[in-house]
Design a protein around this ligand. Structure first.
Ligand SMILES: [Zn+2]
Length: 256
């Protein structure tokens, strides 16, 4: 599965440092909400002005979060060459190749969804509709797989607040391919700054594996930025990712 929609270009995605601040503010924002509830209850019992003064601190942090949340809606959409024309293209190319060279024992469903960037609603709707037919399926998500300086990067865990873990069996298989095919330059990574459609597979109880080509330093190149354009896509990374996935499908099919 890939996705066809693109994200807006929020201020917080401008650089890796902006993203670090964003991550801290989101975490602090959740803590502030919890703190405000407790302070409200305490304040209503003890009726002390001090409590109301203390509550100003989390309130200010939440105002910052609010600004951070509203600002993106005033920005243009990214062209989305890497996120996620790259993933959608790999889905289509693999589907085309599978028509010529079908797997012996495995049926493949190739899906490019919508509404990923706002919470993976396309993937969720798809699984709601087809969960029963897909009860023996593996769920493989492809998102942003052609950033320069990255390689095929399979994700062990994703999500900022709640962790979604990839299937241990699929991870072991990916590790084995990475070891057997060093020329592909594959490695694993953690997607801590958000979740992809892989998380929807995990939520639905399907053994899932996500590919997001983070650089080895954890940065996702041109992520949600106006310069996520065709010129900044790395054809070699894209080709190696596609080769890795082809190998993965062959090994799944042969029951490894
Ligand atoms: Zn994406």
């Amino acid at each position: 599965m890939g996705h066809l929609d693109t994200h807006r270009t929020p201020f917080v995605f401008r650089s890796p440092l902006h993203l670090k601040v964003f991550r801290v503010l989101v975490t602090v924002g959740f803590a502030s909400m919890a703190a405000l509830v407790l302070l409200y209850i305490t304040g209503s019992i003890v009726q002390s002005d001090i409590i109301y003064l203390i509550s100003l601190a989390p309130a200010v942090l939440l105002v910052l979060d609010l600004i951070m949340t509203v600002q993106p809606d005033m920005t243009p959409y990214t062209p989305g060459a890497n996120d996620n024309a790259s993933g959608a293209a790999v889905v289509l190319t693999l589907a085309e190749r599978l028509k010529e060279e079908p797997l012996a024992n495995t049926e493949i469903w190739a899906v490019n969804s919508g509404c990923e960037e706002v919470g993976c609603y396309g993937a969720a709707a798809f699984l709601r509709e087809h969960r029963e037919e897909l009860r023996e399926a593996y769920f493989i998500a492809l998102d942003s797989v052609a950033g320069p300086g990255s390689g095929p990067c399979y994700i062990t865990r994703e999500g900022m607040t709640r962790p979604y873990r990839s299937d241990p069996g699929l991870l072991a298989l990916a590790d084995q391919i990475a070891a057997d095919r060093p020329e592909l330059g594959a490695y694993s990574g953690v997607m801590a700054l958000g979740f992809t459609e892989g998380a929807i597979g995990v939520k639905n109880g399907l053994p899932s594996l996500t590919f997001v080509n983070l650089r080895p330093d954890g940065v996702l190149p041109y992520w949600h930025r106006p310069d996520d354009i065709f010129e900044n896509v790395d054809a070699d990374v894209l080709a190696r990712t596609q080769a890795f996935l082809w190998e993965l499908l062959q090994r799944i099919d042969s029951g490894q």
